[in-house]
Design a binder for this molecule. Structure first.
Ligand code: NCD
Ligand code: ZN
Length: 366
C-alpha cells in the first residue's frame, strides 16, 4: 500500500510539488529583487508611482521614452536625480538609466554613456513600435556605427523587438523582428550584449535559448499570467493592452517554462507602464499595463502555478544583476501568503491610474 502511494506520488511529481508548496510555503524569503525594465514617466505621475517599485525592488532600469525622449547622458542624470528626489526617505532604491537611441545619436554620446556607471545601455525602439517611439530608429543599418562602438565599449542594447511593417500581423511582429533584424544583428555584432525586452513568444524564447550568452531576455508578470483572451474575450479590456500585445496560450506556456527552467538568460523586467485612465479607456487606447503595485506578488503567483516558487529568487534577484555585471543585492525581503485586494483606482493630483488587476485579490503580499 505504501509502495503504491509512493508510486502515485512519483507519477504526479509536478502536482506533488505544487501541493507541497501549497502546504509548506506560507512565506518566501528571497534576496531583494531588481526590475530590469520599468517606465516611471516624469513629474506628478513619476512622483506618485515610484514608491511602488521602491518598496519591492533594489534597483530598476528606467526606460527613456519620455516626451521629449532621454537621448543624452546629461538628460538621463537629471531624470535620475528627479527620481531620487521623489523617493520616500527610508528607501535605498537605485534607478539606473537607459538612453533612447535615435538615427542621429552621436558616437560621442555612446562613449560618454560607457564612462558613466549609472547608464547601463541604450534602448532600441523601432520607430512607431510603441508608446513614444516616434523618434526611434527608422532603419537599424543607420546605427551600425553606434552598435559597433557599443559592442567595443561593452554597453548593453535593450531591444523592443517588434517590426513596425503594417503588413505584418500584430501578433507576429516579435517573431518577424527576430527573423529580419535580430538574427542578422547577432551575426554582425557577435560580442554586443543584447536584451530582448519583454519577450512574449515561443519563437522569442527559442531564439534566446539557442543564442550565445551575450543574448538575454526580460519577462513581464502580465505575459506570464495572461493570454490574449484576457484582453479580448467577453469584451475589450483596455488595461490589458500593452505592446508587445498578449499572445495565445502556447506562448504563455513557453514563457512560464523558460522562467522556471533556471536558465540565467531569462530575468525579471516588469515593463510596468502607467498611463492616465482616460488615455487607456478611450476609442484608441494606448499601450501599457501598470503592474508596479503588485508586481512581485504577480510573479510569485505565476511561479507558484508551475510548482516552481523555488526558482523565483534567481529569476527575480540574481540573473539580471549577473547579466549586467552588477553585484547581487544583499538585503532580503519576505513574501507572505496573504490575500489582499488591489485598489480599484489610484489617485494622483487630479488624475487617476487604473492598475492591472484593479479590485482583484492577490494571494501573495510583500
Ligand atoms: C510602454 C509605455 O507605455 O511606455 N508600453 C507598453 O505597452 N509596454 C512602452 C513599451 O515598452 O512598449
Ligand atoms: Zn517598456
Amino acid at each position: 500500500m505504501r509502495l503504491f502511494k509512493f508510486l502515485i506520488m512519483l507519477h504526479h511529481g509536478g502536482c506533488l510539488a505544487i501541493l507541497t508548496e501549497r502546504f509548506l510555503m506560507d512565506s518566501l524569503i528571497i534576496r531583494r529583487p531588481d526590475d530590469w525594465h520599468l517606465h516611471l514617466r516624469d513629474g506628478a505621475m513619476m512622483r506618485h508611482v515610484v514608491k511602488y517599485s521602491a518598496e519591492q525592488f533594489g534597483r530598476a532600469l528606467i526606460m527613456p521614452n519620455l516626451r521629449p525622449p532621454i537621448t543624452r547622458v546629461d538628460q538621463a542624470l537629471d531624470y535620475q536625480a528627479r527620481i531620487l528626489e521623489a523617493l520616500p526617505a527610508s528607501t535605498s532604491f537605485q534607478p539606473l538609466m537607459s538612453l533612447y537611441l535615435t538615427d542621429t545619436t552621436p558616437v560621442s554620446e555612446v562613449i560618454a554613456a560607457a564612462e558613466n556607471p549609472f547608464i547601463l545601455g541604450f534602448k532600441l525602439y523601432p520607430s512607431g513600435a510603441t508608446t513614444n517611439s516616434e523618434e526611434g530608429v527608422t532603419d537599424i543599418e543607420k546605427i551600425y556605427g553606434l552598435l559597433e562602438t557599443m559592442e567595443r565599449l561593452d554597453l548593453v542594447l535593450q531591444i523592443h523587438g517588434e517590426v513596425t511593417d503594417p503588413d505584418i500581423d500584430i501578433f507576429d511582429r516579435e517573431k518577424v523582428f527576430i527573423e529580419r533584424e535580430l538574427i542578422p544583428l547577432t551575426e554582425r555584432f557577435p560580442a554586443l550584449r543584447m536584451v530582448l525586452e519583454h519577450v512574449t513568444t515561443r519563437e522569442g524564447v527559442d531564439f534566446v535559448r539557442s543564442s550565445p550568452d551575450t543574448i538575454a531576455a526580460t519577462v513581464t508578470a502580465h505575459h506570464l499570467l495572461y493570454n490574449r483572451n484576457h484582453l479580448l474575450a467577453g469584451g475589450v479590456r483596455p488595461h490589458y493592452y500593452c505592446l508587445p500585445v498578449l499572445k495565445r496560450q502556447i506562448h504563455r506556456q513557453a514563457l512560464l517554462q523558460a522562467v522556471t527552467s533556471g536558465n540565467p538568460k531569462f530575468f525579471l523586467g516588469t515593463d510596468s507602464a502607467p498611463h492616465p485612465r482616460g488615455s487607456k479607456e478611450s476609442a484608441c487606447g494606448c499601450a501599457g499595463c501598470f503592474t508596479a503595485p503588485a508586481a512581485l506578488a504577480m510573479y510569485a503567483q505565476a511561479f507558484e502555478s508551475q510548482g516552481a516558487l523555488s526558482k523565483l529568487e534567481d529569476f527575480a534577484s540574481s540573473f539580471g544583476a549577473d547579466f549586467y555585471r552588477l553585484p547581487r543585492n544583499q538585503a532580503l525581503i519576505t513574501l507572505q501568503r496573504e490575500s489582499w485586494k488591489l485598489p480599484d483606482v489610484l489617485l494622483y493630483d487630479d488624475a487617476e491610474i487604473i492598475p492591472l488587476n484593479a479590485g482583484e485579490t492577490i494571494p501573495w503580499k510583500l
